[in-house]
Design a protein around this ligand. Structure first.
Ligand code: CP
Ligand code: NVA
Length: 305
C-alpha cells in the first residue's frame, strides 16, 4: 500500500502489525529516546483546516525519527485554488519523501494520492480520520490488552471520527455501537460495510439511537464535537439537537465501572462532554492524544520503508 487514506484499505493483519509497531516504537522512545530511522526524510504537512494534535504529533514524529517536517498552512499553497491538486502533488513528489494532508473534501486527498509518486497520509477529511482511529485503537489495546469482547460505544455525531473508529473496531474485532440523533447517523451504506467486516472478525456493529441503552456495559465511551470543521453554519441547529447525547457523569455511570472515556479533541466542554467527565477518573483524553505520536510513527515507518 503506497498511501494511508482509510482504515478499510488495510487488512486486520496489517492494522495489527502497525499497532504492534507503534507499541514497540513507544517503548523504544521512552527508554532510549530518539532513533534516526528516518534520517534525511522530509514530510510535507498540507493543511486546509486548523490543527494542534495532527500538526504537532506528525512534526515531532519526524524529528524523533531523525527526519524533518514542513508545515504548509491553508493560505500558503491554496490546494486546488492557487494551483491544481494534480500539479501540487507532482511538484511535492520531487521535493519531499511523504505528504500528510488535512482537507475539506475527501476527493481532494484521493486526488493528491493519485498524482503523487510519494506516499500520502490522510490527516482528516470531511469523510474520515484514519490516523485518529489508529491512536484510538492503540489506546484501547494498551488499556484492555485485547479487542475481543471490548464494547466501544460512540455517542454523538456520525462524523469523520466516528466512521474511522467504527471501521477500525470492525477490522480488529472490537464491538462497536453508535448512538446519534436522527438525521446525524453514519450513512447506512457505511454501516453495512462495517457490519460485514465486523462479522469476518467475530465482532459486531450496532446502531442504538438511545444513548442510555447504547452505553450499557460499554468498556469505552467515545464522543466528538457536535459541529465539525466546515459545518460552522449548522452549529446553532446542532446545539439544539445534540444535548441528549452529551457525555456526562450520569451517562458514564451507566457503562461498566472500568469504562474509559475517549474524545479525539478538541473538546467543547459543556457541550458534547462535561468538565467532570473530561477531567474525571474514567478519562483517557490525554493519553489518547499522546498516542497520536506513536501511531503515526508506525505509519510513517511503514510507508517509508
Ligand atoms: N484530533 C485531532 O485531529 O486534533 P487536531 O484537529 O488538533 O489535529
Ligand atoms: N470531527 C472533528 C474532528 C476534529 C479533530 C472535525 O472534523 O472538525
Amino acid at each position: 500500500m503506497k498511501d494511508f487514506l482509510a482504515i478499510t484499505d488495510y487488512s486486520k493483519d496489517e492494522i495489527l502489525e502497525l499497532l504492534n509497531l507503534a507499541i514497540e516504537l513507544k517503548k523504544e522512545w521512552k527508554t532510549k529516546g530518539n532513533t534516526p530511522r528516518l534520517k534525511n526524510k522530509v514530510l510535507a504537512m498540507v493543511f486546509q483546516k486548523p490543527s494542534l494534535r495532527t500538526r504537532v504529533s506528525f512534526d515531532m514524529a519526524m524529528r524523533h525519527l531523525g527526519g524533518d517536517a514542513l508545515y504548509l498552512s491553508p493560505s500558503e499553497i491554496g490546494l486546488g485554488k492557487r494551483e491544481s491538486i494534480a500539479d501540487i502533488a507532482r511538484v511535492l513528489s520531487g521535493y519531499v519523501d511523504v505528504v500528510m494532508a488535512r482537507v475539506f473534501a475527501h476527493e481532494h486527498i484521493l486526488k493528491l494520492a493519485k498524482w503523487s509518486t510519494i506516499p500520502v497520509i490522510n490527516g482528516l477529511s470531511d469523510y474520515n480520520h484514519p490516523c485518529q482511529a489508529m491512536a484510538d485503537a492503540l489506546t484501547i489495546l494498551e488499556t484492555f490488552g485485547r479487542f475481543k469482547d471490548i464494547k466501544v460505544t460512540y455517542v454523538g455525531d456520525g462524523n469523520n471520527v466516528a466512521l474511522s473508529l467504527m471501521n477500525i473496531c470492525a477490522t480488529v474485532g472490537a464491538n462497536f455501537v453508535i448512538s446519534s440523533p436522527p438525521g446525524y447517523e453514519i450513512n447506512e451504506q457505511h454501516i453495512s460495510l462495517a457490519r460485514e467486516i465486523a462479522q469476518e472478525n467475530q465482532g459486531f456493529v450496532k446502531v442504538e439511537s438511545n444513548p442510555k441503552i447504547a452505553v450499557k456495559n460499554a468498556d469505552v465511551i467515545y464522543t466528538d464535537t457536535w459541529t465539525s470543521m466546515g459545518q460552522e453554519e449548522e452549529s446553532i441547529i446542532r446545539s439544539k439537537v445534540f444535548p441528549p447525547y452529551q457525555v456526562n457523569q450520569e451517562l458514564v455511570s451507566l457503562a461498566k465501572k472500568t469504562a474509559i472515556v475517549m474524545h479525539c479533541l478538541p473538546a467543547h466542554r459543556g457541550q458534547e462532554i462535561t468538565d467532570e467527565v473530561a477531567d474525571g477518573s474514567h478519562s483517557m483524553l490525554f493519553p489518547q492524544a499522546h498516542n497520536r505520536l506513536h501511531a503515526q510513527k508506525a505509519i510513517l515507518l511503514k510507508l517509508l520503508s
